[in-house]
Design a protein around this ligand. Sequence first.
Ligand code: NAD
Length: 363
Amino acid sequence: MLPQFVYEALPSRVVFGAGSLQKLPEEIDRLGATRAVVLCTPEQRSIGADIVVMLGARCAGVFDGAVMHVPIAVAEEARAKVRRLRADCCVAIGGGSTTGLAKAIALTAKLPILAIPTTYAGSEMTPIWGITEGGVKKTGRDVLVLPKTVIYDPALTTSLPVGLSVTSGINAIAHCVEALYSKDANPIISLIAEEGIRALASGLPEIVKAPRDLEARSRALYGAWLGGVSLGAVGMALHHKLCHTLGGTFNLPHAETHTVVLPHAVAYNAGAAPEAMERIARALGAGSAAQGLYDLAASLDAPVSLGALGMRHAQLDHAADLAVQNPYYNPRPVTREGIRKLLEDAFEGRRPAASLTHTVGPQ
Ligand code: NAD
């Protein structure tokens, strides 16, 4: 029998496929916008300039100062520019940092966002915003910040460096994984999440071999979209909370931290979420979910230990204390002892033990 569940679809229009960037002008017209502001990072200034050319008279100006984690000063500067330009739409081209800036603008200026993602972060599919003030990242949910239109053009991701492609892709897998054992898990999102893992796990190894392969890039971007849908639709658990704590307190890099922690968070939850484990393992084509995730990262030469990311062993106790400070939903109760052990394993980069993982079929 199916369990009781609530499923809420979020409204957004997706234009997908190699070459779909060409549809940008008509998509802007469809939104009824006439004065778009283009947002990008300083590193992606050149693609930002291409977008300005494509938009022609529909473009009111550019803000090319997007940076990681949306510092409030940058958000205020961009908001002021949007007001000065009398812009009526934000076109965000880039990764989660650029989409995040567009969301900070939309939150106060109530402008529609057209997002053109170039990483696998998935922010373009969520109503979640985040702004960093005084070293603390404040986050919230508001459907106002959900992009109205998203153009996924895999050709734009061929320039994403291989290392970042892998960790950003595993970050997207993490969205799918935690959706499968979310407190709000439901059959629709579970279908989406499992397919997201499958698409990314098959696309990423091909990207490592041939970074400009459009077929592999398409599959990975498709998986990232599904990961974003999963993240936007249901609540996350231990893995995301832990990565947020590690990133915020010890200044560890976002996607790499997700890559290292994921197999260990999954091993921690394995016994408490057997159906999710079965789906993850099936999507990976692996005997066990946690080991399959570890092996995927290791085979792609991604970091597998917190030590390699610059964390110090002496910080693990403090990290474990912080991780259990505010209670939150997780399929297995979060204990100080359990988290300290998880962190030790993640610090050392140990392959999760078979006894800790749910196994599928003969081993
Ligand atoms: P990012 O946006 O910071 O991009 C990393 C770097 O890669 C930047 O310098 C960027 O210019 C460059 N880059 C992006 N695409 C490129 C490409 N195709 N070719 C070459 N260089 C490229 O990193 P990210 O991982 O996409 O985003 C991380 C941020 O997004 C974090 O702040 C995270 O908290 C946030 N995030 C938010 C949500 C949400 O739902 N609100 C979801 C996921 C991530």
